[in-house]
Design a protein around this ligand. Sequence first.
Ligand SMILES: C[S@@+](CC[C@H](N)C(=O)[O-])C[C@H]1O[C@@H](n2cnc3c(N)ncnc32)[C@H](O)[C@@H]1O
Length: 279
Amino acid sequence: MDGGLPAGKKIRVDMSGAPQTMLATLYAKALDADAENSLLRDTWARDAVSRIDYDWHRTSITARNQFGVTTRTVHFDAWARQFLAQHQRATVLHLGCGLDSRVFRLAPGPGVEWYDVDYPEVIDLREKLYPSREHYHQIPASVTSSDWLQAIAGDQPVLLIAEGLTMYLTEAEGIGLFRAVVEKFPCGELQFDAFNSLGIRSQKINTIVRRSGSTLHWAINGPDDIVSKVPGLRPLAAISVFDSESFRRGVSGGYRLIGKLMSLAPAVRMMAQYHRYAF
Ligand SMILES: C[S@@+](CC[C@H](N)C(=O)[O-])C[C@H]1O[C@@H](n2cnc3c(N)ncnc32)[C@H](O)[C@@H]1O
């Protein structure tokens, strides 16, 4: 892989706030890549980690707890693959992409224009680590600014993927973003994860968030919170992470039992959710 960095030279990284959290998700995928029973086998993540100079212990991610991140990524890869299988021509908006290598894992065909969007410091790091690719674009911007979306053609079906992003936005920012995408494109899907009110209230026990110094804002308690505010959307799925195929398949016995016990209380069960809508 050649992302423009001299061989053997590591990139020193020092980030705080929301951008720092993507180091934790990257590291989780790198640890999974080397595991015997790997779920994602994300060698891009492993290579990226090996080229970054960072004290990875700061992420709080270990080989034992990485599945919390990796199963989520497996889930969104599966939903994205389903959409792309039905749409050879499409625009993908991969928002809050961090250092995720989804575009390389999914390797969409030439009819797909893929946009990775994140803060400038994150995109700057991506450009050093990952190669370019035809029909692939990286946009250094906050997803809450409107300029980047205006510059994208709105003539194809769209897939919006936001993994680990909505909770960092305010409700007004998130709803404004979803409305802008639905108004711009002829049809498509929105796929994202969300925390409910309990998840937002208990953010201090989320080590990745706490250590980054970032604050979570937007609580989504169910599909009504979205469809009542974004005209034209039809819910396809809104499930607890514990009910996802990736969790059931990817998590070992002890953690599956913890998931079952946590699922007994509805608010705990729906603390972290996967949402999918069509329009
Ligand atoms: C938890 S990380 C997830 C990264 C990636 N999606 C993954 O799953 O590995 C959250 C990401 O959202 C990005 N982010 C948060 N707020 C953002 C905003 N307003 N605009 C663009 N990116 C944002 C952060 O910079 C970070 O890369």
